[in-house]
Design a protein around this ligand. Structure first.
Ligand code: HEM
Ligand code: RCN
Length: 428
């Protein structure tokens, strides 16, 4: 039967559909491609305030002033004053995503405003009820995810200008100053660099189905180049994100309440569920682009200390439904690895391996960044702990590895990188 993935717009404003042919027609992938005007995504959030009806001003005003309200210890009071709003006046995907983004920032701010010392256990109904209603409609969990704070949390200063740091701004922020903007926008630019590689995937699938080695080799070169450009975009993190601000502030707010020693039961969503629920914190493991390239290249990750083999798979439930469906359709399609091996073509093997090695380099570079922004600041924090007592920066999400100086996630990142390296094709 048909398995249509609704068109989903990627950072570059390109959208595409991947559908499985029905049994009656040629089995395989029929690919349609529509280049929406590049403006499509920035219209999404041209002006946050006018994008939603005034009725939702109570949400938008609190979300827009979150750092100020948290630093002034006023957020709880502001939320207590909030009316319980109906979600019925939200029109279409764009408004649902924007409302979810605002409620997601307020929720993370509300839970973590007291750092790891005074976490709350209950999310008030004025937030929980609309947040869970909208999350249900979007098939996303009621916690801030990568698709919220990176993919939907940006706008261009000049709508006709380029997609670069100078012409971009974020819509919502946590305490931690400009490092918020740097962290979210650099992530977005890494995603935008992936767009060329993602656009090559339908061409690769078609080339396999038509045994077109020439087109396949060209498309694989596009993927390798795209992953190299992702690594280039990554370098901006050094000038845009301060390690201290990231470690002490931003990463705490992205923490989740699953397997958390601070919130062992999870969070009570008042007025929605009677018992507390657990959800994982925000992570780029929820980025659909990296998972697309892993699936395309047939790279299957296994368990690593503290991270189950299912961890990356579970993170697909934290992606937009259309991205999740695309990855699932890709995983159920023809195997690129098998096809390249079966041809015995050295040129195709080389083009395939360049993609794998580009991914290895990206992951190696990422490990250096995680060392600079977590492992080293965590070491300093522990040193302070021994002198001053009490390291207030212990967090709970994987991005905020606590205590053990971050050995857990570091081993995970290295296992993922090494598994990637082993995915190279050798001559049979
Ligand atoms: C200050 C910058 C960064 C730090 C400290 C950092 C740290 C981490 C940590 C600790 C993990 C493992 C735990 C988890 O899954 O959350 C992780 C995973 C991951 N990060 Fe980052 N990261 C940073 C920036 C980025 C950026 C900009 C991207 C790309 C957009 C990215 C992509 C990923 C991916 C895809 C994973 C899942 C594991 C993998 O597929 O290799 N990271 N990161
Ligand atoms: N780049 C990111 C942007 C947003 C959020 Cl929520 C997480 C990450 C991340 C990076 N590495 N692991 N997670």
């Amino acid at each position: 039967g048909h398995n249509d993935c609704p068109a989903q717009s990627w950072p570059s404003g390109v959208s595409f559909k991947l559908t499985l042919g029905s049994a009656a027609t040629t089995p395989g992938f029929c690919l349609t491609f529509d280049h929406r005007s590049p403006g499509s995504l920035q219209q999404l959030l041209a002006n946050v305030r006018t994008e939603l009806p005034d009725y939702y001003a109570p949400w938008m005003d609190v979300a827009a002033n979150l750092p100020h309200l948290i630093e002034g210890h006023q957020l709880r009071r502001e939320v207590a004053k909030m009316p319980l709003l109906s979600t019925q006046y939200l029109r279409g995907h764009r408004q649902l995503r924007l409302a979810r983004l605002a409620l997601g920032f307020i929720t993370m701010g509300y839970v973590w405003q007291g750092g790891s010392r005074q976490t709350v256990k209950i999310l008030p109904r004025v937030l929980a009820v609309p947040y869970c209603t909208i999350s249900e409609l979007l098939d996303l969990p009621p916690i801030l995810v990568y698709a919220d704070c990176v993919l939907a949390n940006w706008k261009k200063r000049d709508p006709c200008g380029p997609l670069n740091v100078e012409n971009l701004d974020i819509l919502f922020s946590f305490p931690g100053g400009d490092s918020n903007k740097g962290f979210f926008l650099v992530s977005l630019l890494v995603e935008a660099a992936a767009a060329t590689g993602i656009k090559a995937i339908p061409m690769i699938i078609n080339a396999i189905l038509h045994h077109d080695r020439c087109s396949l080799e060209t498309a694989l070169q596009d993927v390798a180049l795209s992953i190299c450009k992702m690594r280039e975009a990554f370098k901006l993190i050094h000038e845009c994100v301060n390690p201290g601000a990231f470690f002490r502030s931003l990463r705490i707010y992205l923490s989740g309440w699953k397997d958390s020693f601070l919130m062992p039961e999870g969070l009570v969503y008042e007025g929605v569920w009677d018992s507390p629920k657990q959800f994982s914190g925000g992570s780029a493991a929820q980025s659909s682009t990296l998972q697309c390239f892993d699936v395309l290249l047939g790279i299957q990750h296994r368990a690593a200390q503290g991270f189950s083999a299912e961890y990356l798979g579970c993170m697909r439930d934290y992606m937009p439904a259309a991205h999740r469906a695309f990855i699932q359709t890709l995983a159920s399609g023809p195997s690129l690895r098998q096809f390249v091996l079966a041809t015995g073509d050295a040129g195709l093997r080389a083009a395939f391996n360049k993609c794998v090695l580009a991914l290895v380099d990206l992951r190696s570079y990422h490990i250096q960044i995680a060392t600079k922004y977590i492992t080293i600041p965590a070491g300093r924090c522990r040193a302070e702990q021994q002198q001053l007592g009490g390291c207030v920066h212990e967090g709970t999400s994987v991005l905020s590895e606590r205590g053990t100086g971050g050995t857990g996630f570091m081993r995970f990142l290295k296992v993922v990188r090494d598994t990637t390296r082993k995915a190279q094709l050798t001559e049979q």
